[in-house]
Design a protein around this ligand. Structure first.
Ligand SMILES: [Zn+2]
Length: 182
């Protein structure tokens, strides 16, 4: 883990879209490119981020028409970002403390990449859990309030549990734990 920084792990050339673009267009781009977030530009400056989770929580769950909503209306802003030289340990801690799973990476104020929690798990499977322990959360496997899609049943959950590189809803997690105990 020594000396690994954001630049070593990030995906380069993150996908951006103008804030006036429709949500449905952004969803198509995410699907076609196999990505889970889009950075949102306003006057060619990155202003926010829209993730798959936003599509579920801000559009689908409210029955809104994704053709009529723009990215600017649902983006998360202001954007927390990191410098490309930020050590991976700090990145993991920042994600944990802010309950976010991806961070744009900057070089001299220009966004040059994006780093997801999955990228960190791939490089260092223990780091996220270690960070949670250090953060003083006794029940560190439970990520209170982290919203997203369960990796097992693919249902939306607002209280995902992290275990061995995957996220589970509480129901699936208790299934797994009880099957381990049998
Ligand atoms: Zn589940």
């Amino acid at each position: 883990m020594n000396n690994i920084v954001a630049r070593d792990v990030m995906s380069r050339n993150p996908i951006t879209e103008d804030s006036g673009e429709s949500v449905i267009r952004a969803a198509q781009i995410m699907r076609d490119k196999g990505i889970s977030s889009i950075l949102v530009l306003k006057n060619n400056v990155v202003e926010g981020i829209v993730t798959e989770r936003d599509l579920v929580t801000k559009i689908v769950s409210k029955g809104l028409d994704p053709a009529k909503i723009t990215l600017g209306e649902i983006m998360s802003s202001p954007l927390i970002s990191i410098n490309e030289d930020t050590p991976l340990e700090l990145v993991a801690e920042l994600m944990w403390k802010n309950k976010i799973r991806r961070l744009p990476v900057k070089r001299e104020n220009v966004i040059v990449g994006i780093l997801t929690e999955n990228d960190i798990v791939r490089i260092s499977p223990g780091l996220i859990e270690i960070t949670r322990e250090i953060s003083g959360d006794k029940n560190y496997q439970l990520i209170a309030g982290l919203h997203g899609i369960c990796d097992r049943c693919h249902e939306y959950s607002n209280n995902l549990v992290y275990r061995a590189g995957k996220y589970y809803c509480e129901l699936c997690y208790s299934d797994i734990i009880s099957s381990l105990n049998e």
